[in-house]
Design a protein around this ligand. Sequence first.
Ligand code: R5P
Length: 289
Amino acid sequence: MLIAAGPASQELGRKLASITGRELCELEHKIFPDGESYIRFKTKLEDKELVIVQGTHPPQDRHIIQLMLLVDAAREEGASKIKLVIPYMAYARQDRKFLEGEAVSIDTILKTLKNLGTDEIYTVNIHSLPVVERSPIPIKNIDASGLLASYILQVGVDNPLVVSPGKKGELMAAEVANVLETDFATVTSRRDPVTGEVTVDIDANPRGRDVVFVDDIISTGGTAVKTVKKLRELGAARVIVTCVHGLFIGDADKKIIEAGAALILSTDTIPNDYATATIAGLLIPYIGL
Ligand code: R5P
């Protein structure tokens, strides 16, 4: 089995190859002056099983096109089986028609990957679970909450309380709290119908405790900023902000620190300055590497 580290996830791809001792494909890629992507496999793929590692974080559309080129070229070159590791699955938020006539973007992407010859997909904390159920390609969705928790243990927390936004966050919070042997609470947000201002409520008292905020995605940082501010107002000792997918759009990270977070920690599904928790070891048994 060979591993191809796509342009979007070179470090993670290399890590997987180095941990497992599998051969890393020689892959040439570049961007033409007009912005188009170029992909060339230099390693022979005939009758070989191939694991392509390529996240679809921003710039999503470029990374998705590269992924399509990788799959198509691998099939053309005779790969016998193609497994995709897509650590962050873009477009999973457009998982249904919210308005008549809309494209269900994630379905379009999966149908295309299927037509190009993808056999299996491995992803991490996908935003929409129904997508996994109906995907034309078998998807293994891997939860990285336990991994985050093990890194939090290394950081060290005192009398921790775990908080996470929304109903969906409860599952992650419960898992992290279980590893930290503590309790968890839910963060709910409310939008004032008149002013439009969003306020958050936390169903626990964080006073004097180290609070671990856990979310699947931090995008603009809006949710994290409001929660950190509220926790600090309520007397939390330290607030550690963690997420699986750290998009950190614009200066989201700066805003989170300014709001009073002591630390930001994310996994390396998306390369970023806070990606200390690597998913490489978590993925290996699932992929069968
Ligand atoms: C919501 O469903 C997610 O779990 C995140 O809370 C949300 O996507 C975070 O977005 P932002 O960082 O822009 O507030």
